[in-house]
Design a protein around this ligand. Structure first.
Ligand code: FES
Length: 107
């Protein structure tokens, strides 16, 4: 595993999301205040990226991560699927570290 800088914390809107690619791994990140939750951008249903529009991963109310392909909903905090065709499965978490205003991930 190696540590990679994803972005500056202020590059993700508070309550918003963003998409990244590091070493050919697609990553989605959701910011809540000073916390960032990151996952591999691959739906456990059929393995497609979740975003239909780059960087837009959340439901309109900002409460869940949404897969645009078939509408699965995932908890932001743990990536568990709570609605849709892959209930009981979850997104693959990516460990994050925050420091010096940067978001870093371990891959
Ligand atoms: S590919 Fe995500 S719900 Fe089907």
């Amino acid at each position: 595993m190696a540590e990679h800088t994803l972005c500056r914390l202020d590059e993700i809107d508070d309550g918003g999301s963003a998409g990244f690619e590091i070493d050919r791994t697609l990553i989605l990140a959701v910011r809540k205040g000073e916390a960032v939750h990151a996952y591999v951008n691959s739906c456990p249903h059929v393995g497609t990226p979740l975003d239909m529009w780059p960087g837009r991963f959340l439901t309109k109310d900002g409460k869940y991560i949404l897969c645009a392909t078939h509408g699965a909903l995932f908890e932001i905090e743990d990536g568990n699927c709570v609605a849709g065709p892959c209930v009981g499965q979850g997104l693959t978490p990516v460990e994050t570290r925050l420091g010096d205003g940067l978001v870093k991930v371990l891959l």
